[in-house]
Each structure stands twice: as structure tokens, then as C-alpha cells.
Ligand binder design. Sequence first.
Ligand code: IMP
Ligand code: MG
Length: 186
Amino acid sequence: MKEKISVLFTEEQIAKRVSELGAQVTESLSGREICVLGLMKGSLVFMSDLIRKIPLDLTIHLVRVTSSREQAKGRVQTEIVYSTAVPLEGKDVLLVDDIVDTGITLSYLLAHIHEHGPRSLKVCALIDKPEARKIDVHPDWTAFSVHEPAADRFLVGYGLDWMERFRGLPYIGTIPRPARAGASQE
Ligand code: IMP
Ligand code: MG
């Protein structure tokens, strides 16, 4: 499978964007104590690079969400399956997401976090696929926006997986899009 991966963003391009985003987040949230909430597992690599470009007081936390499509009912079931104990009330929360595709995962998480009464809530995403959106939700910062035809391919590497594979690649590449129906995502 590895030989079918075409490189979309190189290690150097990613490092440059992560530095730029780190600077923007730092400027926007300077003076705050940030609670960085990473969406597992896809944003782990991105989050670990990003926090080293944000020279502010911060703590890190993790949350894991799964979505499964109930084909018969034609709806998506989303639930939080793991979360580190996060006291979000009154905190400046930076949610770090891997890919915003349909927006279902992100909108679900945003609603959940808002219930805990954070002082502010911002979203930093590695990849935005705006054309795939089913729910109108937008990250505050995005490293890369991916448009057609690349949006129609499946992205792997730099934390992103296909069937749990390829997370360790230092670049972001694409593979032909696998069947989506009934797929479980995280
Ligand atoms: P959404 O709820 O449809 O926005 O899905 C977002 C989640 O789907 C991401 O957090 C990823 O785990 C997964 N996902 C969507 N597109 C891709 C892709 O191209 N490669 C890897 N994971 C993807
Ligand atoms: Mg995934």
C-alpha cells in the first residue's frame, strides 16, 4: 500500500505552517492560560509540534470521539469514548483537530465543550475540507485547506491514518479514497 501514497504536503511545508499557526495562536491568546485539548488519535502529532510553537502557559488534555454511520437510519452516531479529566470551566480552550470533513465530529465536540462553560473556545485544525461540509462549522485556524480533487482522496500521515496505518509518516500524503459507508472514524 505504501507505494500508492502521493505526497501532498512535505515535512518542510508542514513545519512552516505549524510555526505560522503557533505564532498566530500565541498572539491571539497571549496572557491567557490555555487548555489545549487534542482530539485523539489523529491530532497527536500535530498537537505535539504545535504546542512547542506556543510559548505560553498551557496544559494538555486529550479526548477521543468515535462516529459510526447507522446506514439503515442514515444518521451518524457520535460519542466521546475517552477523555482525560478536564476542568474546562472558565478556561481558554484550544481544541486541536486533525481533519474537519463533514464537520459532524467538530460540531458535536464544540457543543459538548460549551456545556462546560469555558471562558473562550478556539479551534485549530490541521486539515480543512470545506467542500465536504454537512454542518456549518469553521476552525479558527487551519494549517491546510484541501479542495477538489485532493479532497476526494484520503489523507494519511503526520498522525492521520487509514485503518490505523501510516500515522508515523513525516509528511501528509493521499491514497485513493476507501469506501466510506459504515466506516468508524476517530
Ligand atoms: P467529520 O466528522 O466528517 O468532520 O470527520 C472528521 C474525522 O474523520 C477526522 O477527525 C478523521 O479522523 C476522519 N477523516 C476524515 N477524512 C479523513 C482523511 O482524509 N484521512 C484520515 N482521516 C479522515
Ligand atoms: Mg481517523
